[in-house]
Design a protein around this ligand. Sequence first.
Ligand SMILES: Nc1ncnc2c1ncn2[C@@H]1O[C@H](COP(=O)(O)OP(=O)(O)OP(=O)(O)O)[C@@H](O)[C@H]1O
Ligand SMILES: [Mg+2]
Length: 248
Amino acid sequence: MNFILECIGLKKYFGDVKAIDDVNLKVKSGEITSILGPNGAGKTTLINLITGWLNPDTGKILFDGFDVTSVPPHDRVKRGICRSFQLVNLYDEMSVLDNISIAILSRKKLTGSLFKPLKHYKDVEEEAYSILKKIGLENRAHELAINLPHGSRKLLDVGLALALQPKLLLLDEPTSGVATREKTQVMHILSSIVRETKVTALMVEHDVDLAFAYSSEVVVMSQGKIIAQGPPEVVKKVEEVIKLGYGK
Ligand SMILES: Nc1ncnc2c1ncn2[C@@H]1O[C@H](COP(=O)(O)OP(=O)(O)OP(=O)(O)O)[C@@H](O)[C@H]1O
Ligand SMILES: [Mg+2]
């Protein structure tokens, strides 16, 4: 079994709050792993430790064979650790296409050249359209980001992360605030991205049914600890998971 990410003995305390309390986690390459857990369980803190937005008090993070524990966030992005946000992070007054193009330009370090109209960068435009196709927004390329429904905004945010050419895509609640009907669509598109691009996805998901339906591995956290990890059908039957209301 191939693991792209390994967290070993991670701890992160905020004063008396044990946000992450001795977490050991292995994430399988090319699959979707979902993290479930009640409010305050430490899910976002774990994502912040993996991206480097926070440093652990103790422990190690290995990514793709390298110890990245002390690597700053922008260098982790270069290595392929990219995230989308719990609250989306878009340029609202720009088109869907321009949002993606800017993310591609930033990867290529061409943002200083933005005084040139984006249409002059044909290769960037082509790549942007290929990403829009993956996230199912190619027909909305010229709409302003602000006019998209919430589920499409979430997908556009995922598109921004894809523009950075991730190996590991971290998603904090990709379906939060999204209408029930749209949620399945968002998860469906995410799983086809994982299948087609071989990216690994590690996501925080509050919707238990979606997490179990679309993930090959589920991690359940409570009070800074992992209380269960494994395939959905195994995790569902763990007593502590059932007590949290996630079991079946
Ligand atoms: N920067 C911070 N300073 C102090 N305490 C923090 C900080 N960030 C998180 N915490 C605390 O750490 C604990 C874990 O928070 P975290 O945001 O990781 O939970 P979560 O599982 O993502 O919750 P939610 O489902 O509400 O998003 C909580 O008790 C939170 O109040
Ligand atoms: Mg959170």
